[in-house]
Write a protein that binds this ligand. Structure first.
Ligand code: HEC
Length: 250
């Protein structure tokens, strides 16, 4: 029919079943006159209806809800046997490593130090990677200090800035020290303190250095396609680096 979207075109363009249904519905309204028979709808109306239908179809763009993750098998790299002899031992080792404070050079920093609370970081003191007059070194953050950037109209990025700070909240890591050696039988490595930048030093005493990002939860991270806030950790497992087979050094 003149001007109507063919179902095949819709299917080609939008793939998902629901979207095809939306196209059928759209065509039905436009041409079979289900609602508007005989009223001679204008192009503006057609476009408006078209966008409405596509918006409804778009709601389903992520595919069907998979339900509880308990019933979804944990994805495994197909080439795991190439790197791992004993999976059970690996899982035990991984869990041990995750909670082991000896992993950090001061003997007090584990993966879980940052990924402790529901897999994420709920610490509120000394969590600034950049400080400001209002948010100084070793500051205890409070709820009313968030968000750091406030606009008069949140929907308009050209509206007046009501509050802004150069400070960046992240996750506390290690004190700045120079590594010398590991010490057999000791949780902490040997080393010595080194002067740090003003953001990590208070009255000549170092505080923990803070990364520029807050810690995301690791719970169910195995289901993530790519990891880290910017998705830079590839889904392709090489057992060598996080960057998948795009890593030029492999
Ligand atoms: C100093 C705090 C800190 C420690 C210690 C730490 N992490 Fe993280 N972790 C982070 C931060 C911050 C990110 C996000 C980094 C980014 O997006 O660039 C992250 C991201 C992750 C992610 C990706 C999660 C996601 O949703 O993308 C995993 C998995 C992870 N860490 C596992 C570990 C393991 C395993 C260890 C120990 C070997 C560890 N982390 C130690 C702070 C930490």
């Amino acid at each position: 029919m003149n001007g109507s979207l063919s179902i095949e075109t819709c299917r080609r363009n939008f793939q998902a079943e629901r979207r095809v249904l939306a196209c059928k519905f759209y065509n039905a309204i436009l041409w079979k006159g289900v609602i508007m028979r005989g009223r001679g709808i204008t192009m503006v109306w057609r476009l408006a209806l078209g966008f409405l239908m596509l918006a409804i179809a778009g709601l389903n763009a992520q595919g069907p809800n998979p339900g509880s993750l308990k019933r979804v098998p944990v994805p495994q790299p197909t080439n795991l046997p190439k790197y791992v002899k004993d999976r059970t031992a690996l899982v035990t080792l991984g869990k041990t490593l995750f909670w082991d404070m000896q992993t950090g050079s001061d003997g007090r920093q584990a993966c879980a130090s940052c990924h402790f609370h529901a897999g994420a970081d709920h610490r509120s003191q000394n969590q600034l990677s950049k400080t400001s007059d209002a948010l100084p070194v070793n500051h205890l953050l409070t709820l009313d200090e968030f968000p750091f950037h406030v606009l008069a109209n949140a929907a308009d990025n050209r509206s007046a800035v009501l509050r802004d700070t150069p400070a960046v909240a992240g996750s506390g890591g290690l004190f700045r020290r120079i590594f010398v050696d590991i010490v057999a039988g000791s949780a902490a490595d040997s080393g010595y303190d080194a002067a740090d930048i003003p953001a990590f030093s208070l009255g000549g005493v170092n505080v923990r250095q803070v990364g520029t990002r807050n810690t995301p939860s690791v719970i169910n991270a195995v289901f993530n396609f790519r990891n880290f806030w910017d998705g830079r950790a590839s889904n392709i497992f090489t057992g060598m680096t996080p960057f998948g087979d795009s890593d030029p050094d492999l």
